[in-house]
Design a protein around this ligand. Sequence first.
Ligand code: HPA
Ligand code: ZN
Length: 326
Amino acid sequence: DRLPALLAAMPKAELHIHIEGSLEPELIFALSQRNGIAIPYAGVEELRRAYAFTNLQSFLDIYYAGASVLITAQDFYDMAWAYLRKAAADNVARAEIFFDPQTHTARGVDMATVIDGLHRACADAQKQLGVSAALILCFLRHLSEEDAFQTLEQAQPFLDKIIGVGLDSSEVGHPPEKFARVFARCRALGLHLVAHAGEEGPPAYVWSALDVLKVERIDHGVQSVRDAALMQRLARDRIPLTVCPLSNQKLCVFPDLQHHNLGRLLEAGLVATVNSDDPAYFGGYINENFTQTFAATGLGATQAYQLARNSFEGSFGDATQKQQLI
Ligand code: HPA
Ligand code: ZN
């Protein structure tokens, strides 16, 4: 069976990766020592054993705790560099990387520190790994729109180092409309716009991400299959969905990978893509998402090529770069 080799070797873009979700337990413990920050786990094994999630919130609690060891620009660099090396090994030609600044600024870490470390890693990835990497700032939706506006203000001096903004964290109870004004402001600034919607939340959240926030891509979006009119809209406007199968499995969005709806999304003509979300927590980087999902659902080479093409079509790289990669 040559499918796993094809999935591994094909060039691809990763459009949904939270850099704080690439922080492996080994690096959490190394940074905890380096910075003198205690974490309530005896060691790497005990921490990994705690990665048993029942829903999105049960994951977010431990994900924010893990990120508390990040203090210096070098810490952010080391985390991003470790991810980018893995991405290069998985033949990722383009990575559009989410980061959650409010998780850090709330602990007294400056926006400059966060962006400096991450951006240096992205620049080095282009030079040393041949990976084109860019940053997307995510607002935490469980916090207020006022807090998001303050975060945008703090990021203002560094807007040349980010390509867009997104919306993540606890979805249900925090609909996209809550961030209508801050997204309008980001749009006026010329930033690309994306939002998590339809991971656990209803199709209505996907509609409002499109019509109120005016996002260009939907992160996850797997609940869209519950709304036929929404499926037509996504297909007609070629709105990419950045699907994360291992994440969906680990957060119990689907009972198991065999029941994942990736194949259905592709059959409906949607610009679906495969991504890793939080690979240190969900058991695999992008190629592992491809190989496990294809093995479980019986997708084949045709879908593999389609997903690779979709990933470059959905990316925010400049047109000439996209054309070369497709
Ligand atoms: N959903 C929402 N917020 C997140 C996720 C996710 O899958 N990963 C990291 N923050
Ligand atoms: Zn995500």
